[in-house]
Design a protein around this ligand. Structure first.
Ligand code: EPU
Length: 338
């Protein structure tokens, strides 16, 4: 039988660093171990956890936490131009990105240094610096928790959206993501138009057009490290809220009142950086007890060491109502609240 830990603190198992306990925790290293664990604990409350980089625990977890340690990377198909590569879901995302960069396979370099596992990445279609996971995604294998059969999901079946997939919506809690396959390019096309990437490359003395995927990854790692707090030092779950999309009319009204407001045109309206709204209302860098909005990125809520979940939720609620009153926008959490 697998080793299971009872009534243990899971502070070290998630990046917000909140000191809560789980009734039981088991680490699984293969599909076989997972199926055995689920059979043994049939009918009990459980949840999967990768590296816990997108969750906020508001109380002790009265059930079993199954920690995914299923590892491995395999080449599925290779041509002169591209490669299809499959990673098992318990691999660390950034290490997987680094493995691909070292081989000079391009496509996910803009997603360097995103915390979490490969399996969690398609759940919320991770994205950063102008690239989303769906851009390189081919398919995934997931265990149907009802039938215990492995099923394959195409890109269409995953129904990716902005920080969205079918696994967060109507198939929520019904599947375990086992492996994810990507198509990467041997002659990569760079995405360097977002934010400060070009500026950073020139500071390295690199002409942006000649930048290798390693150069781009280095620039992104630098930018992320300069703005986003390191969870080992200051607990956090990255962006706490999603960037909201409002109608064009709503945006025009806001623009009259706030001429400096930022907005990015979408097919269904205008996407506004939540960080801008939060900063505008004076929350950036503000500390409330043991928590606060980060001084360098207003969208990131942090744990100054002793925060508990309800305290973070209270701050999130205060921000949500303040933004609602002043901009008539409802911010939605990007983090899974447990
Ligand atoms: N901004 C502010 N104040 C701030 C920070 C940013 O006004 O404190 C403004 C900036 O001026 C900029 C805009 O907001 O024009 C966007 O800022 P940034 O590029 O930092 O991106 P973001 O929209 O705040 C999103 C993702 C991040 C991702 C970055 C970079 C979401 C919810 N977040 O943040 O993802 O790293 O873009 O691409 O979409 C995460 O999901 O956990 C995450 C960190």
């Amino acid at each position: 039988m697998l080793q299971s830990l009872h009534h243990i603190s899971i502070k070290e198992h998630h990046t917000f660093g909140i000191d809560v306990k789980a009734k039981e925790l088991i680490e699984i290293h293969s599909l076989k171990e997972l199926i055995e664990t689920l059979a043994f604990h049939h009918g009990e409350k459980f949840m999967f956890l990768g590296e816990g980089s997108n969750v906020l625990f508001t109380k002790d977890y009265d059930g079993l936490i199954i920690k995914n340690r299923i590892k491995g990377i395999e080449i599925v198909e290779e041509t002169d131009n591209d490669i299809v590569i499959k990673s098992y879901s318990g691999e660390n995302w950034h290490q997987f990105v680094m493995y691909c960069i070292q081989k000079n396979w391009g496509g996910i370099e803009n997603l360097s240094l995103i915390p979490g596992t490969v399996g969690a990445a398609p759940m919320q279609n991770i994205g950063a610096y102008g690239v989303e996971l769906e851009n390189c995604f081919i398919q995934l294998e997931a265990l149907n928790l009802e039938t215990m059969e492995l099923e394959t999901f195409s890109k269409e079946q995953c129904q990716f959206g902005y920080r969205e997939s079918v696994f967060k919506r109507h198939l929520k809690n019904q599947y375990f993501i086992f492996s994810v396959s990507f198509k990467l390019q041997k002659k990569p096309i760079s995405h360097i138009d977002y934010g400060d990437i070009k500026l950073r490359l020139s500071e390295y003395g690199i002409e942006p057009e000649k930048a290798s995927i390693k150069d781009i990854s280095d620039a992104i790692i630098f930018i992320r490290q300069s703005k986003l707090p390191d969870p080992k030092i200051l607990g956090n779950s990255g962006s706490f809220f999603k960037n909201p999309t409002v109608t064009k009319e709503h945006f025009a009204k806001l623009q009259e009142k706030y001429p400096d407001i930022k907005g990015f045109d979408q097919t269904n309206g205008v996407k506004i950086p939540a960080a801008w709204l939060i900063e505008k209302r004076g929350w950036k860098g503000k500390r409330v007890g043991n928590t606060g909005s980060h001084e360098k990125q207003a969208l990131v809520l942090v744990n100054y060491g002793q925060a508990n979940g309800p305290e973070v939720m209270q701050l999130a609620q205060s921000i949500i109502s303040d933004i609602n009153i002043h901009f008539q926008i409802d911010l939605e959490s990007e983090v899974n609240i447990i």
